[in-house]
Design a protein around this ligand. Structure first.
Ligand code: COA
Length: 429
């Protein structure tokens, strides 16, 4: 059967397609803004037909209605990253959290976390019968390879991206055609504190560096202060609109990259329509699965690799809690450790944790000990630079005593006295 005949024969509607999901199945959703909203809506509308369907997902950018209390018997969410739409379900016990490095998710799907159904989103096929996964290749491509049944929303609004982002139509079992704009991600608010952090981080970025930018206001603020740099490159789990701005200004050229020179390398994209237009049919955007992009040994092949991520708390030893507030899971490990380890191995690389010194001026994020029950995301052996609006603390090669001193020096002045009291108790002499 040629691909066109296969494609035509496997087109169905959403209500029919979600009948391939059975009670007790494990269903993975395309990641972040690659989630197929039309299929997820159809699955939720069909909730009465299911019992105990496990929804595996990472950054959930859709409505996540399957997390609502009224669907508790129909769906159970298994999160690898918690966000605003899913945190209540996890906190209230209607969902669960699975700790993992983002780079290892494809391996989990192939071994410990087998998939029954993948709900994904793709472009319409090209003349060769290939679809692009567009904004989300990450674990979505591996999920297509692993799941017993693959159902795709075919959306003409999905940008066509290249690299390793293409699948054959015959890799997909059912197609549901439905065009709608790709979910847009609201830009974070950048205030004076974020700007000061951005300025401090920018001081660590040399011309010709390759950047990884994490999620949130801090990475966006950093980009504002890179406008005078030259020939920056991108090898990042994800990137957003700030990168487009610097690309258009000629600051990001990828010219000095030692791996994939000339290319913006990413595993997913998340931003506004401007970003999606930038990526569409752009031969310089190289999208690849997360077990490649986030592999620390691949990352390390970029000289001068600078990773920039944020966190919730750092303790005196340099242990970094990035995904919990006490025992409450608020996000996930994501690619933080993948990139910190990759940057640490890169020639000229720097791994940076950047954060405001306080939560709204009221709670210090630099603490003698992490909150009771907090998960350590980045260990004290992995951490290197910690940056706040008050400066830069370099921790690698420093003793515990020196680390605590360096961290207190970049804490908010209102908290330095009480931190010093704790320091003297902890490090007498
Ligand atoms: N004590 C109490 N609450 C805290 C806190 C602390 N020490 N630190 C943060 N919070 C609260 C904030 O007040 C905010 O609460 P709100 O949602 O009620 O306003 C919430 O936690 C999120 O913090 P915020 O600083 O607004 O988040 P952000 O968007 O800048 O993201 C992280 C920061 C750490 C959550 C985010 O970077 C993350 O998830 N990192 C881990 C994964 C990662 O690094 N991935 C990178 C590769 S993609």
């Amino acid at each position: 059967m040629d691909w066109k005949a296969y494609y035509e024969a496997h087109i169905t509607d959403a209500a029919q397609a979600v009948q391939h999901i059975k009670s007790g199945d494990r269903v993975v959703l395309g990641h972040a803004v690659g989630e197929p909203p039309y299929l997820v809506d159809a699955m939720v509308a069909n909730a009465a037909a299911y019992e105990n369907v496990e929804i595996v997902h990472m950054v959930a950018k859709g409505k996540a209605e399957y997390c609502k209390p009224e669907y508790a018997k129909n769906f159970r969410h298994n999160a690898m990253f918690v966000g605003p739409t899913t945190k209540e379900a996890i906190a209230q016990g209607r969902g669960d959290f699975t700790p993992c490095f983002f780079s290892e998710v494809p391996q989990l799907f192939a071994t410990d976390l087998p998939l029954d159904v993948a709900l994904v989103q793709v472009t319409p096929p090209n003349a060769e019968g290939k679809c692009s996964l567009g904004v989300s290749v990450d674990y979505t491509l591996p999920a297509i390879r692993c799941a017993k049944t693959v159902i795709a929303q075919v959306n003409a609004c999905m940008p066509w991206t290249e690299g390793e982002s293409l699948v054959d139509v015959t890799d997909i079992d059912w197609f549901v055609r439905h065009d709608e704009p790709i979910i847009a991600n609201q830009p974070p608010k950048i205030g004076p504190v974020e700007e000061a952090i951005g300025r401090n981080v920018a001081s660590l970025v040399p011309d010709g560096a390759t950047l990884q930018l994490g999620i949130g206001a801090i990475p966006d603020a950093v980009l504002l202060f890179l406008k005078h740099k030259k020939d920056l490159g991108i090898h990042s789990e994800m990137f957003s609109d700030g990168v487009v701005e610097l690309a258009e200004a000629g600051v990001i050229t990828n010219a000095k990259k030692t791996l994939h020179p000339g290319k913006y390398v990413a595993t997913f994209l998340m931003g506004s329509q401007r970003l999606y237009d930038f990526a569409n049919n752009n031969p310089d955007v190289y999208m690849a699965p997360v077990d490649y992009v986030n592999d620390p040994f691949v990352i390390a092949q970029n000289d001068n690799m600078i990773s920039i991520n944020s966190c919730v708390q750092v303790d005196f030893m340099g242990q970094v809690a990035s995904e919990t507030i006490g025992q409450t899971q608020i996000s996930g490990t994501g690619g933080q450790v993948d990139f910190i380890r990759g940057a640490a191995r890169s020639k000229g690389g720097k791994a940076i944790i950047a954060m405001p010194s306080t939560v709204k001026g009221k709670i210090s994020k630099i603490v003698p000990q992490l909150d009771n029950g907090a998960a350590v995301t980045t260990s004290r052996n992995d951490v290197d630079y910690v940056v706040t609006e008050y400066g830069v603390a370099k921790l690698k090669g420093r003793t515990l005593r020196q680390r605590a001193q360096a961290l207190i020096a970049i804490a908010h002045p209102d908290f330095r006295e009480e931190l010093m009291e704790e320091f003297h108790r902890r490090f007498p002499g």
